[in-house]
Design a binder for this molecule. Structure first.
Ligand SMILES: Cc1ncc(COP(=O)(O)O)c(C=O)c1O
Length: 376
């Protein structure tokens, strides 16, 4: 193997410097900034692969981190109140894959089912529905982003005799609004829908929503059949990943033994990342529930501060109750690019996560004050 040329070395140095600078201006996307997984660098020397079922204990391929992956699943199953001895899951490459897995499982359990999701759902839902060829009803959202329960009921009544597959958002992508699975189940009961499946897309909020007051209704004890949480969002990971938890008795109905793998094929992809389970495990061991709770409180305080500061500029900014996302009228392209803000229609948003500092917010507020879109 030859060494990198000086030009190649320069190229990667420049890229690293660019990322370092951009990291200090990353306000619009929901990823945590302050993590250090350098103790895990040593694993980059092995061709590891988590193909197969992490809970299948035999198998002839041993270059995996399944034992660590199982601990990650146990942690999240416990956090999300999955029934003891009746949960299963794996580390996905993100919440889009987790949504696909849940819809795939629901399709196999309830062929002919209709998927209900709100117009504020993440774009992966509609794409995954298309991939799986499912029937669906898109439900209206309320202005603050939560599903419109009245419209949900009307849509359910159109297909009362078919199984219902419901996607609840525990933090919509743009407004961080949370759907409530209690009224959703009340409506299903009232409409006499016997067969249904509830998947909670908790990509951003799933890791901390249990610590909010009031606690959103979305966990297994409250009626969820599956939940996805992103690993690279609030928890923090340099490699995108997610944790999907489902009910074991459901998943067992779709597992297949594959000879060449000498394991069960019950994940979406064959080869799977073996480093991301280690990263999430490391976060659990070093930050843990207490740390997540603490980080949440700090973020909530900074979110309240940010909203007030923007309001003081005479700009109408708002956030949903207990949300870390602040929404305000759309800023100029220059400001959007400088601070990597996300925009949707007439609005921009920024999201407070671990690693966002008061200094960053103050610096952004100064820029916002001078932003051409807001000049009188
Ligand atoms: C609500 C929601 N679901 C799913 C996703 C997709 O997650 P990922 O990027 O991990 O695939 C996102 C991403 O922002 C999201 O906000």
């Amino acid at each position: 193997m030859k060494n990198l040329t000086p030009e190649d070395k320069n190229r990667i140095d420049e890229l690293k410097n660019h990322l370092q600078e951009r990291k200090n201006h990353l306000l619009g996307y929901p990823v945590t900034l302050n993590f250090d997984y350098s103790l895990l660098y040593k694993f980059l020397q092995y061709p590891v692969n988590n193909a197969g079922d992490p809970f299948y204990m035999d198998g002839s391929h041993h270059m995996n981190t399944h034992s660590i992956e199982r601990e990650v699943i146990h942690f999240f199953a416990n956090l999300l109140k999955a029934p003891e001895n009746n949960y299963w899951g794996y580390v996905t490459n993100g919440s889009s894959e987790g949504n696909l897995y849940a819809l795939y499982l629901a399709k196999r359990l309830y062929p002919g089912g209709v998927v209900y999701f709100s117009e504020e759902s993440h774009y992966s839902i509609e794409k995954n529905i298309d991939i799986l060829g499912l029937n669906y009803q898109k439900v209206k959202s309320q202005p603050h982003g939560e599903i419109d329960y009245k419209d949900f009921e009307e849509k359910i009544l159109l297909h009362q005799d078919q199984p219902a597959i419901i996607i609840a958002n525990i933090g919509t992508t743009f407004k961080e609004a949370k759907d409530d699975i209690k009224p959703i189940q009340d409506i299903l009961g009232k409409c006499k829908v016997k067969k249904y499946y509830i998947h909670c897309d908790a990509a951003f909020c799933g890791s901390y929503a249990q610590f909010l007051t009031p606690k959103p209704h979305f966990d297994f004890s409250e009626g969820a059949d599956s939940i996805i949480v992103s690993g690279h969002k609030f928890l923090g990971s340099p490699i995108p990943c997610g944790i999907i938890i489902v009910l074991k008795h459901n998943k067992e109905r779709i597992s297949n033994y594959v000879d060449v793998l000498d394991s069960l094929d019950d994940t979406i992809t064959g080869s799977r990342n073996a480093i991301t389970p280690l990263i999430i495990w490391y976060m659990i061991r070093t930050v843990g529930t207490e740390g997540i709770h603490h980080q949440l409180n700090e973020c909530l305080n900074l979110a309240a501060y940010t909203r007030i500061k923007i309001n003081h500029l005479g700009i109408k900014a708002w956030r949903n109750p207990n949300a870390l996302t602040i929404i305000f009228p759309r800023v100029s392209k220059a400001l959007q690019y400088k601070w990597q803000l996300a925009a949707h229609g007439a609005f921009s948003h920024l999201i407070i996560r671990p690693g966002i500092t008061k200094d960053m917010i103050d610096s952004f507020i100064t820029d916002l004050k001078n932003d051409v879109n807001y000049r009188k």
